[in-house]
Design a protein around this ligand. Sequence first.
Ligand SMILES: [Zn+2]
Length: 296
Amino acid sequence: MNETGKSSQSLYSRLFIVLLAMNCIWGCAPHRLALKPSVTPVPSQPPPEPPVLTIDQLLGLQRPPDLIRDTDSDQYAQRTVMENFWKLKEKAAQDGWHLILVSGYRSFNHQRHIWNHFDALYQKTDNLDEKGRARAVMSLVSVPGLSRHHWGTELDISEVSLRGQLVNIHPDTPNRVVQFYDWMERNAPLFGFCKVYLGKKGAVRDEPWHWSFIPFSRVYQEQFMAIKDFHRIMNDKVSNVGYLMKNFKKILKQEIRSINSECFQAKPTENSDHPSVETEGQQQLTPVPKAVEGAD
Ligand SMILES: [Zn+2]
């Protein structure tokens, strides 16, 4: 081989290494995807640094900077997060799926409203005590102040024709639902999103509609875990606050244990599990709590 041949060969192998490294930086894309030529190419540059969030913003007490609105859904998210969702949505449309954003950024007060609604529901229907109620509500709804939706990096994503059908995989699950889960599993990671609630550990159930923009949320998650003082989110407008305060350490641990740690590994492992449940982020609160998309 002549010199030109050798140098172009070495240029190509260097380019290949750079592309592989960028895939790792982007995070959470199943390894098999990097090797599939048929899917959308890996983004050509890493996303920008996440905007710095204050403790108040991490707890939902103040809005994160630069939230932008999705006109189709009237939902908000950080600019980079939303722009990546729109790219994912475009790709989905090419493949015959009409994505809809069910829930994006949520403030502390919004989360408190959802929490209080479900707490009241459990008091009425199941007559549970404080502990029973807290456990039941936490499986559907994050404690106000502890929801990842406060960061502007989390999106509950559904498909227009499948609204209300996204539930656990079981023998009767419609094929199209399974196909949609599969499409999202293969494609959402290419735009930085990872499914953070698998329902395997911790308090929160499987939430296949909830996608986290990992390049930003990995940073916020670390900052969130360093917060020492949570007293401002434990106010008396939060239902069942007495129990929450008494057991706060345990509750915080349960919330954190729910997170799929594979999303934050530099080299994601192959995950061939099918996603299971959905109940999409209902904007109107419904009185049948099985799993509530848009409430966690
Ligand atoms: Zn969610």
